[in-house]
Design a protein around this ligand. Structure first.
Ligand code: ADP
Ligand code: ADP
Length: 225
């Protein structure tokens, strides 16, 4: 079943740029989908429309599994840059989304530590972001996205700012987490390598026409442990 469906989405920005043109896409439960295409083809716009950060000009975003009374979709978003609060510890950064829901530090403790364990950084809970490498900061951002146990994890070129070796390590970490916990992930990338290595479905977009031009289910080409 689809978790979210984009139906005939078009997006024209106020300066006249057409970012999306009649795009449709279903994201199904448990998939790891790569949204692949060159810079400027509308990948981020499509992702931001799923989050609701950006509204479509025309078309609909459906959440078929939501009941009529549900007001919040359980999704988390990881940006290109790890946007951590520099004045707060790693623990406090990961606690933030729970804190915003009114959950106290003590109530949140186990969930925060569990999320930090998933990304291998439990022993850094009292550290500050400046004490961490770029890869570790990105892992904290991922822990913060996971702490609410989202149904859908949306990642917009999350490793773009990192060197290739760190990127590769984080790709492996992410793959391992996905296989272990069975999330639904949409991963925006312009890297063919990342899309083939990580995902079980590759959705290719192009700027003209501003929608999906290919949608492929792929077998994992590499043995994954
Ligand atoms: P991608 O993520 O594939 O690089 P984007 O979704 O960021 O592509 O952008 C798609 C197109 O929309 C590009 O031509 C981009 O310049 C344009 N665009 C994105 N955001 C805005 C905006 N806020 N205002 C105007 N044009 C935008
Ligand atoms: P990443 O593993 O996120 O790619 P780096 O390889 O840049 O990060 O790691 C920077 C330093 O921090 C290295 O010395 C690495 O051994 C250390 N480090 C990274 N993650 C951990 C961890 N979970 N426990 C202990 N040390 C770590």
């Amino acid at each position: 079943p689809a978790i979210v469906s984009l139906k005939g989405i078009s997006k024209t920005f106020s300066n006249g740029t057409v970012a999306l043109n009649n795009m449709s896409l279903d994201i199904r439960q448990g998939e790891f989908v790569s949204l692949l295409g060159p810079s400027g083809c509308g990948k981020s716009t499509a992702l931001r429309i799923i989050t609701g950060l950006t509204g479509p000009s025309t078309g609909r975003v459906d959440w078929p599994q939501e009941t009529a009374s549900a007001t919040e979709h359980e999704l988390s978003f990881v940006f290109q840059e790890p946007t951590l609060m520099p004045w707060a510890t790693v623990f406090a950064n990961v606690w933030l989304p729970l804190r915003l829901k009114g959950i106290s530090q003590r109530q949140a403790h186990d969930s925060v530590m569990e999320a930090l364990e998933m990304v291998g950084l439990a022993e850094f809970s009292k550290s500050y972001p400046r004490e961490l490498s770029g890869g570790m900061k990105m892992r904290v951002s991922i822990a913060r996205a996971l702490v609410t146990k989202p149904k859908l994890l949306l990642m917009d070129e999350p490793f773009a700012a990192l060197d290739e070796i760190t990127r590769f390590k984080l790709n492996n970490d992410l793959l391992h987490l996905w296989e272990t916990f069975g999330w639904t992930v949409v991963f925006v990338t312009h890297s063919v390598f990342e899309s083939v290595y990580l995902s079980d479905r590759i959705v290719v977009m192009a700027a003209r026409p501003g929608r999906v031009v290919n949608d492929m289910a792929i077998d994992a080409p590499y043995p994954r442990d």
